[in-house]
Design a protein around this ligand. Structure first.
Ligand SMILES: [Zn+2]
Length: 421
């Protein structure tokens, strides 16, 4: 029986996979198809990435526009964290739908097969892998079976983020999911090195240890896959990350600047709402066709911290919708300066009033910076030949690649099945 196994090492930059820090991944990359020009989506946030991986579509089509989003629940636009356990329900109530495109779990379920995902990142990032409950999703905030039936806590995933929790999740993934339950698609989403990267400098001893943790857990899964399918013909094994990270330079109070410039009336006003996404921000307008959009765009053109602003029709070129209240997306300025640990890449970030902490000198992502747009992708089994591949690939190519291996159609996706050779 053909099946697919996917492991995501959250935030692991391709250039930080070195033999010293990640000995297994370095070696495994050599005997896999290794995609040298693999890119994330925009915003390069975990929750948006999860939706793009599972739908094979850009945010323009799946509709999940960041780690935060502004939605109107009846009192005007308000910015909410997509990561909270209840965001999926609030989005459904406010807009009548979750993701706008079918997920891998839905497509596999309609073909009579099962999907099991174990995710040790935010509940939002976990639930948007399968928001309508076609398969199983396990997350510490609550786990669900088909039909979004809540699983009893004894069957749940009582773990914390970081190495210890990831190790428990990996053990369960290998023994219970891969060996015993044998779903057609199995996905493991590790919290490291993202969790540590947000709280320590990139390349520091703590961050290197977090990469080593992910390396060890991928090795366990790879050993299990090799034991179950020595020929590599049945199991398509995909290992990658959702995005990389930049080092946080300065934090911009985007909302405060708009108020100061007379472009926003008050912190909680819904005339223009800033949805902070780390090194990027998306702006939602009460009147998406109104003159305020142009006024804010002209203001942004004067700001040194703006890397690039996509306004109105330009959003399409960034993979974002043009027909929603979100009318401006900004990626903040990044550069290639190295940090004290020799890791290249800094970026300004947007202050998040929902999580107002100072992360200067630590890792962050969300924008179009070179390093946050540098996830890795290794594919083995399923006929994939080892070797470096230079054609462009993206998160949105993973689902169609899985579906092709399973012999299922990958219709109406933005991504394309990656050629095995
Ligand atoms: Zn992530």
């Amino acid at each position: 029986m053909k099946r697919a196994v996917i492991v995501i090492c959250d935030s692991l930059r391709a250039d930080l996979i070195t033999p010293h820090v990640a000995p297994f991944l370095s070696e495994f990359g050599q005997r896999s198809a290794q995609f040298a020009n693999h890119r994330s989506v925009f915003p390069s946030t975990t929750r948006t990435s999860a939706a793009s991986i599972t739908t094979g579509c850009l945010p323009a089509r799946h509709g999940l526009l960041g780690n935060t989003m502004a939605i109107d629940e009846g009192d005007g636009l308000v910015c909410l964290s997509v990561g909270k356990p209840d965001f999926r329900d609030r989005l459904l109530r406010a807009t009548g739908r979750t993701l706008h495109r079918p997920t891998l779990a839905e497509r596999v379920s309609r073909a009579g097969s099962a999907t099991i995902a174990i995710s040790n990142v935010s509940p939002g990032a976990a639930y948007f892998l399968d928001p309508d409950g076609f398969g199983w999703v396990y997350n510490p905030a609550g786990s669900f079976g088909p039909g979004r039936r809540p699983l009893p806590s004894a069957e749940g995933l009582a773990i914390s983020k970081g190495d210890a929790g990831d190790s428990v999740a990996t053990e369960r993934f290998c023994e219970e999911v891969l060996r015993a339950r044998i779903p057609t698609v199995a996905l493991l989403w590790l919290s490291e090195p993202d969790y540590t990267g947000h709280h320590s400098p990139l390349g520091s001893p703590a961050h290197r240890q977090a990469i080593a943790s992910a390396d060890t857990n991928v090795r366990r899964v790879a050993d299990t896959v090799a034991a179950l399918d020595p020929s590599g013909e049945q199991i398509l094994f995909i290992v990658g990350s959702d995005h990389g990270m930049e080092t946080v330079d300065e934090t911009i109070d985007f909302e405060g600047l708009l108020i100061e410039a007379g472009l926003k009336s008050a912190p909680r006003s819904s005339d223009v709402v800033v949805a902070p996404n780390g090194t990027s921000a998306l702006l939602y307008f009460a009147d998406p066709a109104g003159v305020l959009v142009g006024r804010v765009a002209r203001f942004l053109a004067t700001q040194e911290w703006v890397g690039r602003a996509f306004v109105g029709p330009e959003l399409a070129s960034a993979g974002l919708p043009t027909d929603s209240p979100m009318q401006i997306a900004v990626t903040l300025k990044s550069d290639s300066r190295t940090n004290p640990h020799g890791v290249a890449g800094h970026s300004w970030v947007v202050r998040d009033p929902l999580e107002p902490k100072d992360n200067t000198g630590f890792g962050q992502h969300g924008g179009l910076g070179k390093n946050e747009q540098n996830p890795f992708l290794f594919i083995s089994g399923g006929g994939f030949a080892p070797g470096m591949r230079h054609e462009p690939s993206s998160l949105i190519d993973m689902a169609p690649t899985v579906l092709r291996h399973l012999g299922l159609p990958a219709t109406a996706m933005d991504g394309q099945g990656l050629p095995a050779t």
